[in-house]
Design a binder for this molecule. Sequence first.
Ligand SMILES: Cc1cc2nc3c(=O)[nH]c(=O)nc-3n(C[C@H](O)[C@H](O)[C@H](O)COP(=O)(O)OP(=O)(O)OC[C@H]3O[C@@H](n4cnc5c(N)ncnc54)[C@H](O)[C@@H]3O)c2cc1C
Length: 202
Amino acid sequence: MFDVLIIGGGASGMSCALVLGSAKNQTYAKYKQIGIITHQKTSHLQNALFNNVLGLNPGTTGAPILENGKLQLATLYPHVQQIDNEKATEILKTKQGFLVKTNKTEYTAKLVVVAVGYTNLMTIEGLEDYIEPHPRAKIEKNRIWLKNTDHKIEENLYVAGTLAGWRSQFAIACGSGAQVATDILTLWNGGEHTKVHDKVVV
Ligand SMILES: Cc1cc2nc3c(=O)[nH]c(=O)nc-3n(C[C@H](O)[C@H](O)[C@H](O)COP(=O)(O)OP(=O)(O)OC[C@H]3O[C@@H](n4cnc5c(N)ncnc54)[C@H](O)[C@@H]3O)c2cc1C
């Protein structure tokens, strides 16, 4: 059983995975099983061109960010299990947490983070009750969000990125994924606020 399973390998999902993975030396996160379904085919990063993101060279395109993100996660935090070539199809609540079904198999998880983007093509069964028109997008675009409070849809079920109701900017999506990760780390830390910072050693 995963302690946390992230669904979606775009901006918010990958950011969430990286921050969770980076807590590997913290006692409260040491033996946690972290997984991410790294589906990237329909990420809005696939055809994005970035000139307005701090830290990215102007002209950076989104597709290599996706590929490099998976490589960064595998290299730095190999304990985070990347599940490739699968797509979530259903989320069911169980006594222990959640059962996540994909087009190939199924996984159990105590916590789930849904980070699949805000298009109305999102078709994961079990989330219908939370789908509403996106509160911060043009109505004619038919964007959706999963109704949540501070990224929490219900106990142990989180949403991140544009699907959480944020506007579509890369930095906001990454920040949303990082926020969910630190909320989960705080939960694992018994409610005591926490974050993960690496420092330059002088
Ligand atoms: C053409 C274009 C240009 C852009 N230019 C800029 C810009 O200049 N500056 C800027 O700041 N932002 C820009 N953006 C916005 C930026 O790309 C988005 O804000 C960001 O990608 C949103 O992140 P997200 O995690 O919410 O969604 P996404 O990055 O779209 O990630 C969602 C992920 O979920 C996966 N997924 C979907 N369904 C499932 C499923 N059932 N199971 C598992 N996984 C699933 C998808 O494959 C995808 O990887 C641009 C976007 C586009 C489309």
